[in-house]
Design a protein around this ligand. Structure first.
Ligand code: HEC
Length: 104
């Protein structure tokens, strides 16, 4: 049986491959990051510290083989130690673009 979520994920991957980060809005991603991620991650250069052992976004953004499409996909999947954020596809793409921008 093919689950709707599997179809959705395939579409996300295809969209990521064809469009890259073109449609993503890093500025909006920054707003989301400060709202939802800053409790555990240092999400911006002017943030002093965060609780927990989560890597700062600048470090994630500097990952040599960072793939924004994969990052957005990762953000849509539940991850151990991280709450399921129920992000929309657009929100995940914006956040991925923002994280990438923090590595520059
Ligand atoms: C409740 C704390 C918490 C929140 C909130 C949180 N994270 Fe995380 N995140 C973590 C932890 C802890 C890890 C490290 C997981 C591990 O080592 O397995 C992590 C890992 C990650 C990674 C993978 C880093 C890597 O190098 O593998 C990404 C990307 C990420 N978080 C993005 C986000 C984004 C985007 C948000 C906001 C939408 C967010 N996180 C909110 C705790 C959190």
């Amino acid at each position: 049986m093919i689950r709707p979520s599997a179809i959705l994920l395939s579409l996300i991957v295809l969209a990521g491959l064809s469009q890259g980060a073109a449609a993503a809005d890093a500025g909006q991603g920054g707003v989301l990051a400060k709202r939802w991620c800053a409790a555990c991650h240092v999400v911006a250069a002017d943030q002093q510290s965060a609780g927990g052992q989560a890597p700062p976004f600048s470090a994630i953004g500097k990952t040599a083989d960072l793939d924004v499409g994969k990052l957005a996909l990762f953000l849509l999947l539940p991850h151990p130690k991280m709450p399921d954020m129920n992000l929309s596809r657009a929100e995940a793409a914006d956040l991925a673009a923002y994280i990438q921008s923090q590595g520059r």
